[in-house]
Design a protein around this ligand. Structure first.
Ligand code: NDP
Ligand code: 8X3
Length: 262
């Protein structure tokens, strides 16, 4: 953490964004967009080597990038990591992106450990990070939660993942109301299928099962979602985008995909 976070003892060079789950996929793509726009960026994740690699890539591109390694499920680790960041680095934009799906079993065959991982990461992890940062964030700051089409429409085999993303939708709404008097805006992005490491994680490293998810249609890229997040992050102060539902052109709902015949 020391070398990755070297630089927290000085002021950020630009406006600051703190992104959870920036070692891969949507979070990483958002970090790239942020440092290219001249913002100071804090990237986080559990995999220290990946955090270091993203920090190095950002700095090589001339970005002002710091890294923190922690698991959003570990409340003490979250408090220690965020507590180590001086107020000057309190984010103007907090992107609560870290999340995952694990398994596609129907609920009567669900795996308890998978359920715990999803609930603890997607719901409690988002809360842990928000609880540590929000008291230190100023009027005009924004929180952007990464929800999902799975938080709008349930699908077979999605039960607990659906429940966690419906929870993100509810939290986004309630957080917006709670934080209204403080002038902190809260929005979410709700993507359909995005080709990232998401399915590899969901299918526990089974590359065949993961790539089959995206066969026969063109999924969103991480950059497409990062683009929406960054649009929300950079609106004028009087504009709050509540929700961006963003889908591949070939996807009409959680269960309607137009796959080409193979
Ligand atoms: P990736 O698997 O590529 O990225 C997930 C990121 O979350 C990684 O950086 C990972 O980092 C981090 N992460 C996971 N668990 C934890 C944890 N316990 N503590 C800290 N960081 C964690 O997937 P995506 O980019 O696709 O996913 C990002 C978000 O987008 C998730 O919330 C997901 O639910 C949501 N989403 C994804 C869609 C898709 O189709 N891909 C569609 C709709 C929403 P590390 O492993 O280093 O900790
Ligand atoms: C990820 C999209 O449809 O795989 O949130 O649940 S889906």
């Amino acid at each position: 953490m020391d070398t990755l976070s070297a630089g927290f003892d000085r002021s950020p060079h630009g406006r600051t964004v703190f992104i959870t789950g920036a070692t891969s996929g949507i979070g990483r793509a958002t970090a790239v967009m942020a440092w290219e726009a001249g913002w100071s960026v804090v990237v986080t994740g559990r995999r220290a080597d990946r955090v270091a690699e993203v920090v190095e890539a950002g700095r090589a591109a001339g970005g002002d990038v710091q890294g923190l390694v922690f698991d959003v499920r570990d409340r003490e680790a979250v408090a220690a990591a965020i507590g180590s960041v001086p107020d000057a680095w309190a984010p103007e934009v907090l992107v609560n992106n870290a999340g995952l799906a694990v398994g596609r079993e129907p609920v009567d065959q669900g795996v308890y450990d998978d359920w715990d991982r999803m609930v603890d990461t997607n719901v409690k992890g988002l809360l842990n990070v928000s609880r540590e940062w929000l008291p230190r964030m100023a009027a005009g700051a924004r929180v952007i939660n990464v929800g999902s089409v799975a938080g709008k429409q349930a699908y077979p085999g999605g039960s607990v993942y659906n429940a966690t993303k419906f929870a993100v939708d509810g939290l986004t709404q309630a957080m917006r109301m709670d934080l209204l008097p403080r002038g902190i805006q809260v929005g979410q992005v709700s993507p359909g299928a995005v080709e990232t490491e998401f399915s590899l994680v969901r299918f526990k490293g089974d590359e065949g099962a993961a790539s089959a998810v995206y066969e026969g249609f063109e999924p969103l890229r991480a950059e497409d979602v990062a683009d929406a997040i960054w649009f929300m992050a950079t609106r004028p102060g009087h504009v709050c985008i509540h929700d961006v539902w963003i889908m591949p052109a070939a996807q009409a709902s959680a269960y309607h995909l137009n796959r080409a015949e193979s």
